[in-house]
Design a protein around this ligand. Structure first.
Ligand code: ZN
Ligand code: ZN
Length: 332
């Protein structure tokens, strides 16, 4: 494949460390930049899996968060602090995340504004510092060097004592407004899910386009619009409808999963792949499979059938992301 030859040095790489309701985390490398999409594992487990996958945690530049559900943010604070790297949220997700960490502290709007302003100030100071030391101002860019000097001992005095929401730096983005983290261009898009301000991402580096679309109740037009001309598509295939209906979940939870702000079923994922997907991606990864209401074979067969309509032999290699071990790294 032309692209493979051109990027044989592994300049672009996508590694799913975990996917599912017990934790989600993916490492995306583009050029000199390496980011995490979600950090839903404990920091210790996240580092362990990175090492299993041949990735060096010390080289991470940033964490990008899709939404505040625990399976996506469990290790965010500890990982960001340990590495001294910024966390990218939407404002709504950051706020919900802070509430999740401090459920007893009733944060007034004024208090929240204050906390958010402080977080922004820290981020600005950090950016100014990076620019001063780099001499290469590039808006929104996290310099690899700046991020790779984790001096936790020096950073700690600034940390408000025992504030569980403290982060080395916070960056806000808005759905529909593309931005850059170093060599990776990020396009966040709104997804229908029962969280404060949930998003999926299209990530582009070196001309390679990769999308992450999990945790969505259905496929609205804006999402379908984003999932075009991709080289890699990671799509939710959460549950088998019959298994969910007959399964162990209480009725209220079943309702939530099935709702328009719940999770995508095998059938819904397959429906998209069969009818609307353009068939261009080299890899299609099924993710966020339920361990109670799905079987890998059911998800795989549904997607295989759907993809059979797309004639290309080179494209649409189907992979299933698991909960318990990393998927092998995908290089472009
Ligand atoms: Zn999730
Ligand atoms: Zn979720």
């Amino acid at each position: 494949m032309r692209r493979r030859a051109r990027y044989a040095q592994g300049m672009v790489c996508f590694t799913v460390l975990a996917s599912g309701s017990k934790g989600n985390c993916t490492v995306v490398t583009g050029g000199r930049t390496r980011i995490l999409v979600d950090a839903g594992l404990s920091c210790r487990e996240l580092f362990r899996r990175m090492q299993l996958a041949g990735e060096d945690p010390a080289k991470l530049d940033a964490i990008l968060v899709t939404h505040e559900h625990q399976d996506h943010v469990n290790g965010v604070a500890v990982t960001a602090r340990k590495l001294g790297i910024p966390v990218y949220f939407t404002e709504g997700t950051h706020r919900a995340w802070m509430r999740w960490l401090m459920p007893r502290r009733q944060m007034s709007y004024a208090q929240w504004l204050e906390a958010a302003a402080a977080a922004r100030q820290q981020a600005a100071a950090r950016q100014a510092e990076a620019v001063a030391s780099e001499g290469e101002p590039d808006e929104g860019e996290i310099s690899a060097e700046a991020a790779a000097e984790p001096e936790p001992a020096a950073a700690e005095p600034a940390e408000p004592a025992k504030d569980p929401t403290w982060l080395p730096a916070v960056e806000y983005f808005a759905p529909g407004e593309p931005f850059r983290i170093g060599d990776i261009a990020v396009s966040p898009f709104t997804i229908p899910h029962d969280a404060a301000d949930p998003v999926g991402f299209v990530l582009e580096a070196e001309g390679v386009r990769m999308a992450v679309a999990t945790d969505l109740g259905y496929m609205p037009p804006n999402v379908k619009e984003q999932l075009k001309a991709l080289d890699l598509l990671m799509l939710e295939s959460n549950h088998d409808l019959e298994m969910l209906r007959d399964g162990p979940y209480p009725w209220s939870v079943k309702q939530r999963v099935l709702s328009r702000v719940g999770h995508l079923s095998n059938d819904a994922a397959a429906g998209f792949l069969e009818e609307e997907y353009d068939g261009q991606a080299a890899y299609v990864i099924l993710g966020h499979l339920s361990e109670s209401n799905n079987l890998p074979d059911l998800a795989r067969v549904a997607a295989e059938r759907a993809l059979a309509n797309h004639a290309s032999l080179l494209a649409n290699r189907l992979l299933l992301a698991g909960q318990h071990e990393p998927l092998h790294p995908i290089y472009f």
